[in-house]
Each structure stands twice: as structure tokens, then as C-alpha cells.
Design a protein around this ligand. Structure first.
Ligand SMILES: *Cc1c(COP(=O)(O)O)cnc(C)c1O
Length: 398
């Protein structure tokens, strides 16, 4: 029983981010305790037996669960409005578990084409190896989802906004389509962040995160989490996680808990900066295209307004002169760092076609709109005017 369960009031996300899930030890510590322990001691042999039988609720082994990790899970559950959750070692451990735990040979999966590279690897390479059939569709086209469905379709998977072109998919519509054959909709909500999009309220069944991104938000730890119904988490996901070893480290869970305290403030400041920089970039003569869901010229701006409460912290833009020009701009930046992470307090610039999406063929990249001149910007917590000046001086060298 955590402190806030007693109040039974629906609290706003900002309050939950600071308090939800806190368990206090007999010492009454203010800050969340770091239980850096793998195992737990039983008073008697019979108590150990009862714990293993599930008659007693306590912890058994940190691969199954740990008090600090559970605090992180409960805080995320409160934020997301989910019945249960399981934290994982990384975002990819979350994607892996969310898919493999509920699929078997003969099942069919439908997924949007525009996905994080490692997610595509699981869908295109790993799942088919185990007899799971996968259809990749143009995620923005509802008819493509409808046409791909089969009686054996068990799972649909998508991310919105997508990486790196910030394309949106109508989550409520896709949920309705896939539910018609009894399949579950799994959403990778990393780009939107828990602050700006609530997939479970839109009709999704499972939502997952790479906590490595905005949730840590300060570039320290890998982590992930899968959230959904108690039935799915306990009956399907938990067994898979317990016995395959993708658990989150208690230390990382503690870092993530402290990250959550400032998540709302950080995401709002970073999104304000993203909106400001998107407008500045759109007005720049050397920039040929800006993709930002919060701008009226985004092809799916209406959907963005319906399903997100902000345009988010990421901006993509294209410059004249292809790869050489994109490299020159990146190399000339003084504040904004070249890296492939996102959601960090430090602003980060990425050239997707030569890094995160290098593995794709030129045709695949073209189909996804990832040109050689496309640049992805993750807006950090620096002063927006300093970032604008940094981009200006770098674009002038072009
Ligand atoms: C980073 C990322 C992942 C993978 O997360 P890791 O923590 O790096 O394993 C999955 N999906 C999206 C959209 C991501 O950005």
C-alpha cells in the first residue's frame, strides 16, 4: 500500500510524478530508497515456501521484482492509468518482452513500417524465425491495416510520432480496426512521451517505453517498461520476464524515479523549445522542409491536435545539399551535440540516414522519407535563443 492509495483521489500527473508509488521503510526516508539487493531473507523455511507458492506477496529475487523497481513501476502505472507494469533493462527488452511473451508459431503480427531500427529487426528477422508471420504496413493508411488483418492476427504494433520523420498514426482508429479481429494494439510511446500522449485512453492495450530517453532524460541509464492490464502483465509478460532475465536494475529504477519527478517540467520546456526552433528553422532560407507535429503545416496537424497535447520535443528538418551539407551543419554546431540518443537535457542532433537508419536500403529509406539531407533534432533544456543562434551560425556555413 503506497501513501497516495489512501487518498483514493484522482491526482494530476505532476503530483503523481513526485509521489506515486513511494514506499517508505521503517526509517521514514524522504527520498525513494535504493534497495540494491538481489535477494530477500525469509524468517523461516515455511515462509520461503509460502512466498514461492504466491501465498505471501513479498519479493523473491530481483529478476522477478525489487522494491525500488516496483516503486518505478507503480509511479508509471499512476501516470499512464495502467493496471500493472513490468520494468525492463532497456527499451528493447520491453519491446522484446511485449511481443515474444504473447506470440507463438502460427500467429500473425501487423506493424507500421516506420519503426525504430531495432524494433524492425525483431519484427522482420527474429519473429519470423520462430514461425510468427509479420506484415508491415503504411501506418498512416487505415485501409492498409484493415487489409493486413487475418484471423490469426494477435498483435498490432506501432510508434507515433515515428522516428525520425515524425509521422503520426491515428491510435484510436487503428485500435478499433485491430480489435475487430480480437488482436491487441501495442504502442511504443517514446517519441510522444507519457506527458503528451495517452495510448491506453486512446484504446491501445499495451504501452511501452524506452525509459532511457525522456524518463531518465539526463543521459545516465538504460531502462524500459511495459504497461497494460493486470491480466496481460501477470499472466503473459511476467513469466517471460522472470525466466528470460531482462529485469531493470534497482539502481537504474532509482535513477528513473528521480527522473520522473521532473519529467513534466522537462518535457514542457523541451517542447516549447522544439516549437520555437521549428518556426525558426521553417523561416530559414537553407531549410527546405520542417517536420514538427505542433506546426500547422505538418501533414497530420489535425490528428496531432486530437491525439497529443503538444507537438513534442523532437523536430526533423531537411536542408539543401544532401549529406555533405548535413555533415557541415552538424560539425559546425557548438552547443548542440552529435549523438543518437534523444529526450536528453542536452540538445542532440542526428543524421538518420548514416546512423540510426544506416542498416536500411536506399529504397527503404526513400519510402520512409529519410533523405540524405534529413536531420533530427532532440531539443534539450538549454536557453532556446542560444540553440537558435547555434543553428543559425551552423546553417550560415552551409
Ligand atoms: C530508443 C528507442 C527504443 C529502444 O530503447 P533502448 O532503451 O535504447 O533499448 C525503442 N523505441 C524507440 C522509439 C526508441 O526511441
Amino acid at each position: 500500500m503506497t501513501e497516495l492509495d489512501k487518498t483514493k483521489r484522482a491526482l494530476s500527473p505532476r503530483t503523481n510524478l513526485v509521489h506515486a508509488g513511494t514506499w517508505r521503510s521503517q526509517h521514514g526516508e524522504m527520498s525513494e530508497a535504493l534497495f540494491l539487493t538481489q535477494g530477500f531473507v525469509y524468517d523461516t523455511a515455511a515462509a520461503a515456501e509460502a512466498r514461492f507458492l504466491g501465498e505471501d506477496e513479498g519479493f523473491i529475487y530481483a529478476r522477478y521484482g525489487n522494491p525500488t523497481v516496483r516503486m518505478f513501476e507503480e509511479r508509471m502505472m499512476a501516470l499512464e492509468g495502467a493496471e500493472d507494469a513490468f520494468a525492463t533493462a532497456s527499451g528493447m527488452a520491453a519491446v522484446n518482452a511485449a511481443l515474444f511473451s504473447q506470440l507463438k508459431a502460427g500467429d500473425h503480427v501487423v506493424a507500421a513500417k516506420a519503426l525504430f531500427g531495432s524494433c524492425l529487426y525483431i519484427l522482420e528477422t527474429l519473429l519470423p524465425r520462430f514461425g510468427v508471420e509479420v506484415t508491415l504496413v503504411e501506418g498512416t493508411d487505415p485501409d492498409a491495416w484493415r487489409a493486413a488483418l487475418r484471423p490469426t492476427t494477435r498483435v498490432a504494433f506501432l510508434e507515433s510520432p515515428s522516428n525520425p520523420t515524425l509521422e503520426l498514426i491515428d491510435i484510436a482508429e487503428v485500435a478499433e480496426i485491430v480489435h475487430s479481429v480480437g488482436a491487441r494494439l501495442v504502442i511504443d510511446n517514446v517519441f510522444a512521451t507519457p506527458m503528451f500522449q495517452r495510448p491506453l485512453e486512446l484504446g491501445a492495450d499495451v504501452v511501452l517505453y524506452s525509459a532511457t530517453k525522456h524518463i531518465d532524460g539526463q543521459g545516465r541509464c538504460l531502462g524500459g517498461i511495459v504497461l497494460g492490464s493486470e491480466e496481460f502483465i501477470r499472466k503473459e509478460l511476467e513469466g517471460y520476464m522472470r525466466h528470460t532475465g531482462g529485469a531493470m536494475s534497482p539502481f537504474n529504477a532509482w535513477v528513473m524515479l528521480k527522473g520522473l519527478e521532473t519529467l513534466d517540467l522537462r518535457c514542457r520546456a523541451q517542447a516549447e523549445t522544439a516549437a520555437f526552433l521549428a518556426d525558426r528553422l521553417a523561416a530559414h532560407p537553407r531549410v527546405t522542409r520542417v517536420l514538427y507535429p505542433g506546426r500547422a503545416d505538418h501533414p497530420q496537424h489535425e490528428l496531432a491536435k486530437r491525439q497529443m497535447s503538444s507537438g513534442g520535443t523532437m523536430v526533423a528538418f531537411e536542408i539543401e545539399g544532401g549529406q555533405e551539407a548535413a555533415y557541415r551543419v552538424q560539425d559546425a554546431l557548438e552547443i548542440i551535440k552529435i549523438s543518437n540518443n534523444l529526450g536528453d537535457a542536452k540538445s542532440i542532433i542526428t543524421h538518420p540516414s548514416t546512423t540510426t537508419h544506416q542498416r536500411l536500403s536506399e529504397e527503404q529509406r526513400q519510402a520512409l522519407g529519410i533523405s540524405r539531407g534529413l536531420i533530427r533534432l532532440s531539443c534539450g533544456l538549454e536557453a532556446p535563443e542560444d540553440l537558435a543562434a547555434d543553428l543559425d551560425q551552423a546553417l550560415r556555413r552551409n
